[in-house]
Design a protein around this ligand. Structure first.
Ligand SMILES: NC(=O)c1ccc[n+]([C@@H]2O[C@H](COP(=O)([O-])OP(=O)(O)OC[C@H]3O[C@@H](n4cnc5c(N)ncnc54)[C@H](OP(=O)(O)O)[C@@H]3O)[C@@H](O)[C@H]2O)c1
Length: 368
C-alpha cells in the first residue's frame, strides 16, 4: 500500500440529486490535537449506501463526514490503516474497520478506548446514531474476522442486519406467521435473511422470496427460498396463511399488492430497505399489520440489554461469516480502483445495473 499524505481522493454526492457526483482532491491539512489520520485502502459499495444517501437528512448519514454546500460524503464500510497519530493509544500502523467516507483518507478523534474498539468523539458526531461512531481495532479480533476483510466490508453490515431481523422475528414468535415473504430477496440483506431462516433450527416457516425476473435464477441457485415469486405475480403467495412481510425494496406498489392480497393475514409488515429507491411513497390505509420501519441498531440495543453488551454483534458476525462462505460460489467480488470508475459504478448501482450477486469493492488510495 502507498499512501500519499498530501491529498485525499474523494467522491462527493449532490444531496439534491444523488446522480450528480464530483471527484475531489482534498488537501490534507496538519492533523489536530488528539486525532488520528487513516488511509482507507478498501470499502464495499451496495444499495445500502444508496439508502444512506437517500435517507441522509432524516437519519443523519450525511453528518459523519461533512463536506461543503450541497455536497455530501456518503458513508461506506471499510478497512483502514492509521498513517499519522496524535493519540498515543492508537498508534501508526493500527488497522481499523468501520464507517468511512468514499475517500482515501479521513481523520478520527478517538475516545472511550477499549482493547478491541474506540469511539470517534468528534463534536459533530455526538447527535448521530452511536453505532456508526465505533471503530473496531482488528488486531484484537478473532482470526476468522481478520481473514475475511473483503467480505466484512461488503457483506457483514448487511448479513448482520439479516441476522438481527431474523432475531427480531424469532423474538416475537414471528408475530404468529407461518411464512415469511422477503421483498427484493436478491439483495444481500434479503438473501442473507432467507439463508438464516432456511437454516434456522427454531423456524419451520416457509420462506418466499420476491424478486425481478433478471435475478430469479441467481436466487434459485442460492437454494434459500421455498418459493420464488416475480414482481407482478404476488397472487402466487398463499394468502390463507398468516404471513410476515420483510421488505428490502421500499416499493410502494409491492407493499400495496401484498397487503391487499394477504389482507388481515399479513400479521407483520417490516420496512427494512429501499433498493427500489425511486419507487417509494407512503402507503395509505392498508389491510393487515401497519408497516413499520426496522432500524437494526434498535434491535441490537435491545439485545445488548437482554444478553449483555456485544453478544448479539458477536453472534451476528459469526452468522455473517457462515453466510459469506455459503454464498461464495454463487457471488463475485469485483474491484474499482479510481474515482472516475467509482463515479460510473455509483450510477450503475443507482440504475439497477448491479445485481446482488455482484460484490463491489473500491479503493481510492493511490497505488493500491
Ligand atoms: N434498516 C436497516 O437497518 C438496514 C440495514 C442494512 C440494509 N438495509 C437495506 O437493505 C436494502 C438492501 O441493501 P443491500 O446492500 O443488501 O442491496 P444489494 O445487494 O446492493 O441489492 C441489489 C438488489 O437490489 C435490487 N435493486 C438494486 N437497485 C435497484 C434499482 N435501482 N431498482 C430496482 N431494484 C434495484 C435488485 O434486486 P431485486 O431485483 O431482487 O429487487 C438487486 O439485485 C437497502 O435498501 C438497505 O438500505 C437496511
Amino acid at each position: 500500500m502507498s499512501s500519499d499524505l498530501t491529498a485525499s481522493n474523494e467522491l462527493w454526492i449532490d444531496r439534491d440529486d444523488i446522480r450528480q457526483s464530483k471527484i475531489v482532491q482534498r488537501e490534507l491539512t496538519p492533523l489536530k490535537e488528539g486525532e488520528v489520520r487513516v488511509a482507507i485502502d478498501k470499502f464495499g459499495l451496495t444499495s445500502n449506501n444508496v439508502s444512506y444517501a437517500v435517507t441522509g437528512a432524516s437519519i443523519g448519514y450525511w453528518g459523519y463526514y461533512p463536506a461543503e454546500q450541497n455536497w455530501v460524503k456518503v458513508p461506506v464500510w471499510g478497512c483502514a490503516d492509521v498513517v499519522e497519530s496524535n493519540y498515543d493509544d492508537v498508534p501508526v500502523g493500527e488497522r481499523l474497520y468501520g464507517f468511512f467516507p468514499m475517500a482515501s483518507h479521513a481523520d478520527l478523534l478517538p475516545g472511550n478506548i477499549m482493547g478491541d474498539q474506540f469511539t470517534d468523539t468528534a463534536v459533530h458526531r455526538q447527535q448521530l446514531p452511536a453505532l456508526y461512531n465505533q471503530y473496531r481495532r482488528t488486531k484484537a479480533e478473532p482470526d476468522f474476522l481478520t481473514q475475511m476483510e473483503n467480505e466484512r466490508c461488503l457483506y457483514f453490515p448487511l448479513f448482520i442486519t439479516s441476522y438481527v431481523i431474523s432475531d427480531y422475528l424469532i423474538d416475537n414468535d414471528f408475530f404468529g406467521a407461518e411464512q415469511v415473504v422477503i421483498g427484493s430477496v436478491s439483495s444481500k440483506t434479503g438473501f442473507g435473511l432467507a439463508q438464516i431462516l432456511k437454516q434456522a433450527e427454531n423456524s419451520s416457516r416457509k420462506v418466499i422470496g420476491v424478486t425481478s425476473s433478471a435475478n430469479k435464477d441467481f436466487v434459485a441457485r442460492l437454494e434459500c427460498c421455498d418459493q420464488i415469486v416475480e414482481y407482478g405475480n404476488e397472487q402466487q403467495v398463499d394468502a390463507s396463511r398468516p404471513t410476515a412481510y420483510v421488505d428490502m425494496s421500499g416499493d410502494l406498489r409491492l407493499t400495496q399488492a401484498l397487503h391487499n392480497h394477504c389482507g388481515e393475514n399479513l400479521v407483520e409488515s417490516c420496512i427494512v430497505g429501499g433498493t427500489h429507491w425511486e419507487e417509494g411513497g407512503r402507503p395509505t390505509e392498508l389491510p393487515g399489520a401497519k408497516p413499520r420501519f426496522f432500524f437494526a441498531p434498535s434491535q441490537i440495543a435491545k439485545r445488548d440489554e437482554d444478553w449483555g453488551a456485544g453478544v448479539v454483534m458477536a453472534k451476528a458476525a459469526e452468522s455473517s461469516a457462515q453466510i459469506a462462505k455459503r454464498v461464495a460460489a454463487q457471488t463475485t467480488i469485483e474491484w474499482t480502483r479510481d474515482a472516475q470508475s467509482l463515479q460510473s459504478l455509483w450510477l450503475d448501482i443507482l440504475d439497477n445495473k448491479v445485481s446482488g450477486s455482484r460484490g463491489q469493492m473500491v479503493t481510492l488510495l493511490s497505488g493500491n
